[in-house]
Design a protein around this ligand. Structure first.
Ligand code: C2E
Ligand code: CA
Ligand code: CA
Ligand code: CA
Length: 277
């Protein structure tokens, strides 16, 4: 009826208002968050199939004074829209390089730290300098920094291709995040200087749930190896998933089965326990 229609429309408007208010609120908070040092970087362990630690992924968190932790899935899109992703992204990069170097200086086996890059960061004309200075200031050797890009960025080729080659020339590694979820024409796998594919967690989650789940994962692993890329599976939560990936000769895994993302101190403890049994 007309009345119901109006009710729905009002409810819809109220919902939109709430969403708009929330966004404005987040934006205001984000502007202050950097100065007030409200961001943290947590690190999720990455392991090889023998259970050795071979790297970590840096994941940003916002510790809001009133609301507690706000996950990146909530504030990154807002930061991408208003440009704050650039200073936030640079801070994450510098923090991750410094932390990884600190672990090396403690005498731990050097492993790469992986940092997520937003397409907006790629559009900065000085991204290469930003990466260079994060490395120089931390003293981290380029081979121990890995940059994660997504398929949609690769498809935006005009902007990213040249920059990617310059970054590779520095000696850093590049991995393709969320592989299989973008609009892939697989041609970019040849065109772009990529070292590693990260199998998106949705494929790992559906491994035994959907009929084609196992074939999809097996195919991605085989394809990566044919292209001489290494391959890591994200979102590994169970022993069954791990065993399947092992059979398929997947190189590395990351996921709650081993550990969620951890604060640096907790990451150090996790690392110690792995090594000392
Ligand atoms: P992502 O890069 O795909 O990161 C993996 C996400 O999966 C992380 O969520 C991680 O905590 C979560 N995860 C790890 N293991 C498991 C598991 O076994 N099961 C499940 N269900 N989830 C798992 P998080 O930290 O909330 O990050 C969400 C997304 O936010 C990231 O997805 C990434 O796209 C973005 N993000 C995080 N940090 C940064 C950053 O510093 N810069 C940029 N540009 N984006 C970031
Ligand atoms: Ca990632
Ligand atoms: Ca991912
Ligand atoms: Ca993702």
């Amino acid at each position: 009826s007309k009345k119901e229609g109006l009710g729905r429309a009002l409810a819809y408007t109220a919902e939109m208002d709430a969403a708009t208010r929330e966004k404005l609120e987040l934006e205001k908070g984000l502007r202050e968050a950097l100065e007030r040092e409200q961001f943290e970087v947590h690190y999720q362990p990455q392991l090889d199939m023998f259970g050795n630690l071979i790297g970590s992924e840096a994941l940003v968190r916002w510790r809001h004074p009133e609301r507690g932790y706000i996950p990146p899935g909530v504030f990154i899109p807002v930061a991408e829209e208003n440009g704050l992703i650039n200073p936030i992204g640079s801070w994450v990069l510098r923090t991750a390089c410094r932390q990884n170097r600190a672990w090396q200086l403690e005498g731990r086996a050097p492993v790469p730290v992986s940092v997520n890059l937003s397409i907006k960061q790629f559009e900065q004309p000085n991204l290469v300098e930003i990466v260079q200075s994060a490395l120089a200031d931390s003293g981290l050797t380029p081979q121990y920094l890995e940059l994660e890009i997504t398929e949609s960025m690769a498809m935006n080729a005009a902007a990213t291709e040249g920059t990617l080659y310059l970054l590779k020339a520095l000696g850093v590694k590049v991995s393709m995040d969320d592989f299989g979820t973008g609009y892939s024409s697989l041609s970019y796998l040849n065109r772009f200087p990529i070292d590693k594919l990260k199998i998106d967690q949705s494929f790992v989650r559906d491994l035994f749930k959907e009929e084609s789940g196992a074939s999809i994962v097996a195919t991605i692993v085989a394809m990566a190896h044919h292209l001489k890329l290494s391959v890591i599976a994200e979102g590994v939560e169970t022993r069954e998933q791990l065993e399947f990936l092992r059979e398929q000769k997947c190189d590395q895994v990351q996921g709650y089965y081993y550990s969620p993302p951890l604060k640096p101190e907790a990451f150090s403890r996790f690392w110690d326990e792995l090594e000392n049994g």
